[in-house]
Design a binder for this molecule. Structure first.
Ligand code: R7I
Ligand code: MG
Ligand code: MG
Length: 309
């Protein structure tokens, strides 16, 4: 067998950012229950017929914007940027929507982020945008985990949510460096502080090692397809590993068949898959039909330039 040609760093970073947005936009029609899916049939396309992205991509773009402007994690700037972009029609999580509206009306994020759930949200909203941290801090491994936690904290102060962000950020960075599926999972496992994650990591590791033909239903039952970080982050790590050498579309079809929080699991797995395989391997026709694909790609290129420093 011919050895595969190496994939350059820019190609991988663009793959991570575009893979996140594409997973989100293609997963969105499958997210949630019948009401959410019906609503998305109404508002899921732009006027020129492109697939709209949801809060997952919006918050990833906001995070990139803030990091590029500030050159570091500036939580005050980040809170303002997230709040300024809030639109109900992007499908934000219910607690996140309230937190962002409160920040927009002038409340400090340090208080707003614990004003809906007292311990802070344990939703997956901090993790879904964390691939951006993995790209931006790729050359600063000593800062990567703290940066990921800080970017999550603004809206997702619960330790499970901040763990999820750290896990997805380090896994993205490892995928950009060409790590294999098990290494990626192990790096993520090492940064999880909450014991609740242990069982899911063990299951995912067993499945990947055994190359097990696990069904979408089993993935949902054992790893989760939920809106919380706990019930979605290890799932994304597993799917990205399992489908690493298969087409992007196969991973998305499997995720859609599992059901639940399909846009977010697809966004996280999509970013990891894109970081491993590069942007050129993403389905070109789907990219051409993605809302604001050109702008998203431009943001990815700016992140690459910043990450090289
Ligand atoms: O995490 P978050 O931004 O949600 C992202 C999800 C993704 O699927 C997006 O695609 C979008 O559809 O929403 O939103 P949050 O509202 O912060 O958290 C998600 C949900 O987790 C909350 O609405 C709660 O149902 C639940 N949750 C909690 N429940 C009880 N106690 C989060 N934190 C708590 C908690 O502390
Ligand atoms: Mg969403
Ligand atoms: Mg979602």
């Amino acid at each position: 067998m011919q050895p595969k040609p190496p994939i350059d760093f820019e190609e991988r970073c663009r793959g991570a950012v575009l893979g996140l947005a594409l997973g989100d936009a293609l997963g969105a029609p499958h997210e949630g229950g019948p009401i959410e899916r019906l609503l998305w049939r109404w508002i899921g396309s732009t006027r020129d017929g492109r697939r709209r992205f949801t809060d997952d991509t919006q918050m990833a773009l906001d995070l990139a914007d803030s990091l590029l402007r500030c050159g570091k994690v500036d939580q005050d700037d980040l809170a303002k940027t997230f709040a300024g972009s809030y639109r109900w029609s992007r499908g934000y999580g219910p607690a996140a929507a309230r937190v962002l509206k409160r920040i927009r009306s002038g409340r400090d994020w340090r208080e707003a982020n614990r004003s809906v759930h007292r311990t802070g949200s344990f939703g997956n909203g901090g993790a879904m945008r964390a691939p951006i941290v993995g790209v931006f801090f790729h050359a600063q491994p000593e800062n990567l985990v703290t940066a990921a936690r800080q970017t999550a904290e603004v809206t997702h102060a619960h330790p499970l949510a901040m763990d999820g962000a750290a896990m997805i950020a380090v896994a993205t960075s490892a995928a950009l460096a060409g790590a294999d599926a098990r290494t990626l999972l192990d790096r993520a496992r090492q940064v999880a502080t909450q014991p609740e994650y242990a069982e899911r990591f063990a299951i995912a590791a067993d499945w990947l090692t055994a190359n097990a033909p696990v069904s979408p239903r089993d993935v949902r039952a054992r790893l989760g397809m939920g809106i919380t970080a706990l019930a979605s982050c290890v799932t994304a790590l597993y799917l990205a590993g399992r489908f690493r050498d298969q087409p992007f579309e196969a991973m998305l079809a499997f995720t859609a068949a599992a059901g639940g929080d399909v846009d977010t699991v697809s966004a996280m797995a999509g970013a990891l898959w894109g970081a491993a395989n590069g942007a050129a391997k993403l389905p070109a026709a789907a990219i051409a039909r993605l809302e604001a694909a050109e702008q998203i790609d431009a943001v990815a290129r700016q992140l690459v330039a910043a990450a090289r420093v």
